[in-house]
Design a protein around this ligand. Structure first.
Ligand code: TRP
Length: 331
């Protein structure tokens, strides 16, 4: 029996190539070894995205984006969190086993409080209960599906540890393994993708390259990557060039070696280096972009795929929930 890998994707912005190499590709690779359950965490996004048009657009874009990037919904259980009411019933049950003090220690909440204190505001200003109880909902997502491993970025490890704590509190109380205790996996080998300004590519820095940017925009953005003032003739160190680091993500080992030699030899200007990057990036992203357009043009087909996923997911969720309710004396 394959082990179960589960992760949630928060639809809070359009996908960029940092998401592609940092989260999507590694998750798809993992789905070949594990029984994968990947879902759109739309109720988590509601904590911050209050504009209905924006939220529904992000949900559809992110779902279509993962499918375009290669997620096969026949192989990976793919669904929307909001389509699984069992999640919210489980979250309510988990609340009874979660100390308030544990939530006080959650990084996201602590950061919000800290920011308020620095501005000399009320510590809880602008903090909604969704943010405060975020880790409980995330624990419900995870524990509902008997997850063995949860692939996440470093910033989410604490949340998975909280899910462990909560599961253990439940199991301890009933002296039985009601909920499976999950492990976080942080893929260390995942490259940090540099953004247009050389810092890590991130929505919050505004330095991203959208994954499905039309060809022209892709080229324009690549041409905008910040470089130093080295002349064309000067030999350049590929390993310290943001352009080369991006190129490496799209090129095979031989291509990387060939271009690295040209960097070191001198005579390769930044403009030409960017052309090479554009060529390699467009070669990989072109077909993705086409698939994305196709999937986006058929919203009913997308909804149907997610609905099929939700139906299968609910069958699993119901089993976990019934087990817990029975143990709790609510059946
Ligand atoms: N909190 C995660 C993030 O911000 C998204 C998420 C929601 C998640 N539920 C999850 C991740 C369950 C893993 C497992 O990226």
């Amino acid at each position: 029996m394959k082990k179960i890998a589960l992760t949630g994707i928060k639809p809070t912005g359009i996908l960029h190539i940092g998401n592609y190499f940092g989260a999507i590709k590694p998750a798809l690779a993992l789905s070949r070894e594990y029984e994968a359950r990947y879902f759109i965490a739309d109720y988590h996004a509601l904590n911050t995205v209050k504009d209905p048009k924006e939220l529904s657009a992000h949900i559809r874009e992110v779902a279509a984006g993962w499918l375009a990037a290669g997620l096969d919904p026949e192989q990976v259980l793919f669904y929307r969190q909001s389509a699984i009411p069992e999640t919210f019933e489980l979250a309510t049950m988990l609340m009874a086993f979660t100390s308030k003090g544990l939530m006080n220690r959650a990084h996201a909440y602590k950061a919000a409080v800290q920011e308020n204190l620095e501005k000399q505001e009320d510590p809880d200003a602008g903090v909604n209960l969704g943010l405060f109880t975020y880790p409980v909902l995330m624990a419900a997502d995870i524990l509902l599906f008997d997850s063995d491993v949860v692939p996440v970025g470093k910033d989410q490890v604490q949340h998975v540890e909280m899910a462990q704590d909560i599961a253990q509190a439940v199991n301890f109380n009933y002296k039985a393994e009601i909920l499976k205790v999950p492990q976080a996996v942080v893929q260390e080998s995942v490259a940090v993708v540099p953004g247009l300004d050389g810092r890590k590519m991130s929505k919050s820095y505004g330095n991203t390259i959208p994954l499905f940017a039309p060809e022209k925009q892709l080229k324009k953005l690549i041409m905008r990557i910040v470089t130093n003032s080295q002349e064309v003739a000067e030999p350049k160190d590929p390993e310290t060039s943001q352009i080369f680091l991006l190129y490496k993500l799209f090129a095979g080992p031989e291509e990387q070696e060939t271009l690295a030699k040209r960097y070191r030899a001198g005579g390769l200007g930044w403009g030409a280096a960017k052309e090479e990057l554009f060529r390699a990036a467009n070669r990989e992203l072109g077909p993705l972009r086409d698939r994305f357009a196709e999937i986006s043009a058929d919203p009913a087909g997308l909804e149907a795929a997610l609905a099929r996923g939700a139906e299968r997911a609910r069958a699993i969720a119901g089993t976990t929930l019934r087990r817990f309710r029975k143990a709790a004396g609510i059946d």
